[in-house]
Design a protein around this ligand. Sequence first.
Ligand SMILES: *Cc1c(COP(=O)(O)O)cnc(C)c1O
Length: 374
Amino acid sequence: MKNLLEGIEEILLMGPGPSCVPPEVYKALSSKTLGHLDPYFIKIMDEIQIFLQRLMNTKNTLTLPISGTGSAGMEACFVNLIEPKDSVLILKNGVFGVRMEEVATRLGAEVDVIEFEWGTPVIPEKVKEKLYSKSYKIIAMVHAETSTGVKNPVNKISEILKGSNSLFLVDSVTGLGGMEVKVDEWGIDAFYSGSQKCISCPPGLAPISFSEHAYSVISNRKTRVPNWYLDMSLIGQYWQKERKRAYHHTAPINMLYGLYQALMLIFEEGVENVFKRHLENHLLLKEGLEGLGLEMYVEEAYQLPMLNAVSIPDGVDDPKFRQILRNNFKIEIGGGLGPLAGKIWRIGLMGHTARAENVERLLKAMKKALNESS
Ligand SMILES: *Cc1c(COP(=O)(O)O)cnc(C)c1O
């Protein structure tokens, strides 16, 4: 029988995720599978939680990886906190804000949105104004908007929300592991990320964290969480040390080995060094892009180091350009989404991808591909 797996080539993943996976993580994934209640496995779970708390800068005990990708993390945050008719404010400036709106609306929330132009950040003053006229149960925003390459001012919004009773919900699927995240200091009540971006593990897990405030809101719900699989009161019974480790669903054991190893690599390198490496490679990439006559789509002050949106120059065939990179140079970059389709390329420098040799290889390939596609 022909085995398709044998035909998989090594592609340099420089798109919006997944990112390159380090060899140590591949090795970890193939460690022997244990039972999900095995005492040795539980030790690994405890350690993963400690790693995640450190990376998120939180003491929240309800900090754990959800079985599922980043979107499952998003769903888990909204589904546990929203009851029908709850008021939710979403700060939207890209695809993932749109998705938040979709998820919250499906749960029967009354959703208000402040939209900011895609490619520009959330403006704190606009949020402040809105909050003079109305208070919300939940205010949700995306930290690193992967669809546009914009860094949103989570800390500024958190200052506005200080002292209010609103729950602050933040998506840092692309931020966590690549730049500073301070869940406690920023007063974040519900936080989610994903394994395959700056953490550099394959897709399949969504680290999340809920504050004490969020936890008490969940505990005092009038209606049951409408989604059984993502019900935190059940998942918490399996993950939380002080509770009874009750079976809920079989944890994805080997994926959790991968996450454990990926987090360990981050701490061995040193979190500050990891952030610095993302920043330095972002600067190296920008310098090279400038040399090719290309321009960044986002203003410098709001650029994400790990996701670089580049304006596609006039006369360049976008699909053809990316095809050349993929087929001739074995490099994947991302195209634009929604209104930015055909307008930008998205170059990821996430986790293990963020290394100078990769930036240099990409720049050389782009130079050739630009000639061939215009
Ligand atoms: C990738 C991403 C998601 C969704 O994660 P999946 O793993 O694709 O489900 C959500 N939010 C942001 C900001 C992302 O970059």
